[in-house]
Structures are given as C-alpha cells and as structure tokens.
Design a binder for this molecule. Structure first.
Ligand SMILES: [Fe+2]
Length: 278
C-alpha cells in the first residue's frame, strides 16, 4: 500500500473502508465515542506489535484514513506520519513536544493553526522506561469548573470572545526561521474547537504581540491555569507498548510527564474530519 498524498486520499479511503469492513467498523466506533461523552479513548492493545515499523506505520495510516482525513502538519516536508522521539535540532530551531523529553503540559494539538484537526492518535512503539505518563483533561469539565465561580465565568467569557496570539513553532513555519515568527489569532474557547490551548505557544505569541498582553488577558489566563490541572480532574495513565491513545483534539487536552529515555518511541497522526478540499 502506498501512503496517499492528500490529493488521492479519497479513493484510497473508499477502498480501505470497502475492503476492510472490520477496520471501518472500528473507526466508526472510535468516532462515535469521541463525538459522544468521551474526549479521549485508549485501546490497550492494537495487536500490531509483531509487524515491522514500516508496516505498523501503514496499518495506523489505514486506521486513520478509515476514521477521517490524515493531515500533514509540516508545511515543508508535508509529513503525515510522525515519529515522536527526542532528536537533536539544527541550530536556531525551537524544539516542540514531539522532539524533546521535557514535560508536555496539558494542551491541544495544532492550536497554533486556524483549523486544528478533530482527532489525533498516538501509538506506543516503545514506552519510556520511566516517566512519560500520559495526562488527559476534558475541555467540557474545564468550562464547567470555570462556570462555578464569578471570576471563572468572567474568564470563560473573556477567553471566548477575545482572540489571542498563538506562535507557530519554528518547525512548522514556512521558512523555519526563529527570527521570522508566524502567529494564529484565535479565542481559547469557541464552538469548534471547543478549546484550543498550549501555554508556551500562547506565551510566545503574547511576547511577540505585546498589544494583546493586557491586564485582563493575563488575569483571565491566570484563572484558567488555576482550574486546568486540578489534580482531581486530570486522568493519568501509563500507555504500554502497542496501545494507542485517540483524542478528540477539539474537546480534550493531553500532556505527558517528563522522561529520560531516548528510546521512547511513539507514532502520531493527526486526522481531520473533513476532506482537504472543503
Ligand atoms: Fe500533543
């Protein structure tokens, strides 16, 4: 099977769904759960760990294509299937979570693009020997927690009606140059996505666009941060080899604790629920 470019994904998607009804059923079940009460689900064992790495990538791609429309994040390489593994970067590039071993605070993916993908999958090829624990937080719970207090309700309203700047990581900008910043301006809360958030791209955006760094914005973000990682509402789980975490990236946040194992290896694919031409 050839990994499809975006242009010829539609016929391959139709082929996969027709030729493999069980895969189509699995994808439909995943979508149904993620469009219902869950913002993330974990499949403990996908049963593809006996295959070589390239076959694993292709099987995951087939699952994603049955689910929706896998997308490239990187504007230059147009890569769809990403290996999440620590790696040294060329001088001048700022690393992103997929490239380092630091803690990744709760975030949604591609919050720095105008239209973040609806779903993301993270397949575990090799977990970290220690650390790298996954964290998951439901965006609807965050909204409900904010609505409980007067200042929370104010912050929710502010962050729903005011756009803030998210700086696009250098790896994903057109020129990949730290001195040529690119930003996306969007509210944190909206109808779709229900939430977009990542603290460091927002802080970098506010540093690059200081006119947005008002006292009100800072206060609203402080209140949001106060409810975001409330220990009782964050689900933590250690994902074993051959498991997969699938999130509704519009409604749930994910993160991971730090780890110290350069062999940790995950595969990530982001999936839009709309075809690329619409
Ligand atoms: Fe992420």
């Amino acid at each position: 099977m050839t990994i499809a470019s975006l242009e010829n994904a539609a016929p391959l998607r139709a082929d996969i769904r027709r030729e493999s009804p069980r895969l189509a059923d699995l994808a439909d079940q995943i979508a149904e759960e993620l469009e219902g009460r869950y913002s993330a689900i974990v499949v403990d064992r996908l049963n593809i760990d006996d295959f070589d790495l390239n076959t694993k990538r292709r099987l995951l791609y087939a699952l994603c294509l049955a689910l929706g429309w896998p997308t490239p994040t990187d504007k230059v390489g147009r890569r769809i299937i990403w290996d999440i593994k620590s790696r040294p970067l060329p001088k001048g590039q700022v690393s992103t979570f997929s490239e380092n071993m630091a803690e990744a605070l709760l975030h949604t993916d591609t919050q720095y693009f105008p239209h973040p993908e609806r779903y993301t999958i993270l397949y575990v090829v090799k977990p970290a020997q220690e650390g790298g624990i996954s964290m998951i937080r439901d965006g609807r719970h965050i909204r409900e927690a904010l609505e409980q207090t007067e200042e929370g309700a104010w912050a929710l309203s502010y962050l729903s009606t005011n756009k803030l700047p998210f700086r696009i990581p250098t790896s994903y900008t057109a020129q990949r140059r730290q001195d040529i910043p690119e930003f996306t301006f969007a509210p944190i809360f909206s109808d779709r996505p229900l939430i977009r958030y990542r603290r460091d791209t927002l802080e970098a955006g506010l540093a690059g666009c200081p006119e947005y760094r008002t006292a009100e914005a800072k206060n609203a973000l402080r209140i949001l941060e106060g409810v975001l990682d409330s220990a009782n509402d964050v689900l933590t789980t250690s994902l074993p080899a051959d498991s997969v975490l699938i999130t509704n990236n519009h409604e749930g946040l994910h993160g991971r604790t730090e780890f110290d194992d350069p062999e940790r290896h995950l595969i990530r694919i982001r999936i839009s629920d709309v075809p690329p031409s619409t």
